[in-house]
Design a protein around this ligand. Structure first.
Ligand SMILES: [Zn+2]
Length: 359
């Protein structure tokens, strides 16, 4: 269980005397302990919790045990967990805390003061809540330590209460703004500006709800000035930033391989690639002219080597225009060329061919 590095010195449980090991002890904040290890073994802590639970119920006992052993009380880690049925609830709680990363921040073991310290928030003003279940059902999830560290715990505006909802709104406003700079590296200064802008947005929304329109407008103006000073407004964008990817998408859409910013499915894409880039005219002359050229070359080669000249071109020299690559009609240049060589369309009929041209 213990995550902190321990010295060679051995410690024992203050209650049962068993030697404390990483497996049966718990790291504690060095702010409150020179050993960095819990003073009880985990079984003795569990026993302490169970004794408390038998007199005041599991929920209050959990709060008190957290206070007694300097562990953050964060009931939210039990959300969606059937915690009450667990018969070793304290150990289960510590595991949940560790699982949610709520037990340690960086190198620092968190303490009771990093969790919910106000009983009235957990159990109601008059401590009438008998269980965490109501607290959890009411969704009064407390702000995380990180949220409190980033945004502070002081009210951001007059009498506005810093509820978890406010912290979540701050995170959300910040993330929304940050997302419009996706792919860009923001400087610390820019990130800070976005945080201030997010905070002002949350306050502005609050003022709107309170009918304090003037305040809301003033805050929006401040935000605009802040963003302008960091050149972070939409209109400050360098032309390249908005241009690159979109222009590629547009080009691909025009080429027919993308639709609504998405690539076509593979089978459709193949069809488009075939029709647009493979099928289609590639030669200015007709298949007829191509045949004539092949025939002349073939005949000349055979003639030069004193070979038999068959009446038909062999199969592998017969061209089929399967991709419609040849011109459908002959152009003037082709007509001229044919006239010049006295070309007559070959028919390869038996009366014309089949001759052995001996030299
Ligand atoms: Zn012990």
């Amino acid at each position: 269980m213990a995550k902190q590095k321990k010295e060679q010195i051995k410690f024992t449980c203050h209650c049962c005397g068993q030697e404390l090991t990483p497996e049966n002890s718990r790291p504690v904040s060095l702010e409150y302990s020179i050993t960095g290890v819990s003073h009880l073994c985990i079984n003795c802590e569990e026993a302490y919790f169970e004794k408390l639970a038998s007199v005041e119920g599991k929920s209050l006992a959990l709060f008190h045990t957290c206070a007694a052993f300097n562990v953050p009380c964060k009931p939210a880690v039990f959300k969606n967990a059937d915690y009450e049925k667990n018969d070793r609830l304290w150990i289960y709680y510590l595991d949940k805390l560790e699982e949610s990363g709520e037990d340690i921040q960086g190198d620092n073991v968190l303490t009771f003061f990093d969790g919910e310290t106000d009983m009235r928030r957990l159990f109601g003003k008059n401590l009438t809540y008998s269980d965490f279940s109501k607290y959890l059902a009411a969704d009064t999830k407390m702000a995380t330590l990180k949220q409190r560290q980033v945004w502070g715990t002081e009210s951001i505006w007059g009498d506005m209460t810093m509820t978890a909802d406010v912290y979540n709104a701050l995170d959300r406003e910040y993330e929304i703004r940050k997302s419009s700079f996706a792919g860009q590296t923001l400087t610390l200064q820019q990130e800070n500006t976005l945080r201030i802008v997010a905070r002002n947005m949350v306050i502005s929304n609050y003022c709107m709800r309170q009918q304090q329109i003037k305040h809301a407008e003033a805050l929006q103006k401040i935000n605009d000035n802040l963003l302008a000073s960091e050149q972070m407004r939409k209109k400050d964008e360098k032309p390249l930033e908005g241009y690159e990817l979109m222009s590629q998408v547009v080009a691909l859409e025009r080429a027919g391989v993308m639709e609504d910013g998405q690539f076509l499915p593979v089978d459709k894409l193949q069809e488009v690639l075939f029709n647009r880039f493979i099928k289609g005219k590639k030669f200015d002359y007709t298949l007829d002219a191509c045949d004539a050229m092949v025939e002349h070359i073939y005949k000349t080669m055979r003639k030069n080597s004193d070979a038999f000249i068959p009446s038909e071109l062999p199969d592998d020299l017969q061209i089929e225009d399967m991709f419609q690559e040849f011109a459908q009609t002959e152009n003037e240049q082709e007509k001229e060329a044919k006239k010049f060589i006295g070309y007559v369309k070959p028919t390869y009929s038996s009366e014309e061919g089949g001759t052995k041209e001996d030299s």
